[in-house]
Design a protein around this ligand. Sequence first.
Ligand SMILES: *Cc1c(COP(=O)(O)O)cnc(C)c1O
Length: 453
Amino acid sequence: MGIRSTIKRIEKLDKNFIWHPFTQMKEWKDEKPLIITEGSGSYIKDISGKWYIDGISSIWVTVHGHRKKEIDDAIKAQVDTISHSTLLGQTHPLAATLAEMIINISPEGLSRVFYSDNGSTAVEIGLKMAFQYWQHKGVEGKTKFLTLNNAYHGDTIGAVSVGGIDLFHDIFSPLLFESLKAPSPYCYRCELGKKHPSCRLYCLKKTEAIIKKHHKSLAAFIIEPLVQGAAGIITAPDGYLKGVRRLCNKYNLLMITDEVATGFGRTGKMFACEHESVRPDILCVAKGLTGGYLPLAATITTEKIYRQFLGRYQDLKSFFHGHTYTGNQLACAAAIANLNIFKKEKTIAKMQRKIKLLQKELDKIKDFRHVGEVRQRGFMAGIELVKDRTSKEPFPMEDKIAWKVCLRARKKGLIIRPLGNVVVLMPPLSISVEELKSLGRITTEALKEITER
Ligand SMILES: *Cc1c(COP(=O)(O)O)cnc(C)c1O
């Protein structure tokens, strides 16, 4: 079959049978889909043979690049042994080995790993653990969660209940459990009308007022540390995260950090919490855990919490939660290889210079007429486009302005994706200096041609 008819066939099958995530399928039907068939390093290739820089790490997961030999080999070797066995009532060497490796790199105090298979489940588990912890402890009334406006913790109903992105979440409100909302540290559009740094983190004061009033009913504060990713790479000011930890200590709330996006080097340290020496009570990880190869997640907690679940069989204190593919062997093999590469290649040390380079590239566009703000934390960057810089008036949704910029970038060989009016850049940690410069150049050109014309 010729390439044209192959493409036609796949396009037809896709359009006849697939319902895509976060996609208006009516528009999808009329678009030419990007069909990816291969990856290598920082690049992915489409079916017609064109290579693109993977500027979003295939939705924030790729760490050391595509087809990384060590991870490929680990999975291949594991396939020849066993691909899956359960962690219900049995164990396996990979899950055990990986658990120790995770604890060794996690913030101090964390000592227990509960596996699952995606970010949303890691969060659900964290919420249930925190909730049940207080029940077992015999503290009554601590049943609610404090979360931030603009928070994103996943798409399952529990995760949505602690989410704060109205666009995704409003429609489901009758299904959700109630959670309390604190102000988002979104300085560019401060919801409290303040300016950083003269505000001296006024949002924390507001948050303290909420906690002071409600702490008796609050089990935990759940937060994406340093960066609210899905809301548009909203970066919190220095000291904010530490301030949240202080409030949790003062009012006896557990702190759940959702590092599903920020974990595994994304922000320039292994975990975002490290930037402010914060020790969470519960840490949720997923996306980068397997280097972007296979679905695996973990909810990591302290002995203090773990111990509350110990008891006699008939006490029913067990943590009644588990997913069928929990601790899958292939996924664990990939994760072990992934973490070993961090050590062997000094990935995080090597990233530092590239983080500065990305900043230099972004500096070139920060004064563009329609660039409201450029935000960066490590290898997470967002370019917020605005219709008017002075008034910060957003582009209307129907303009799909950021999407147009991304489509233009795609023509030029770079895959990036928008979140609302924010163009997101999230390259693999392994991206080379040259590739990073190309990413910067193409982004600049695409902006010049779409918004700065
Ligand atoms: C992606 C993400 C999730 C959800 O992870 P899934 O694997 O898509 O369920 C949760 N929290 C944060 C911060 C994320 O970025």
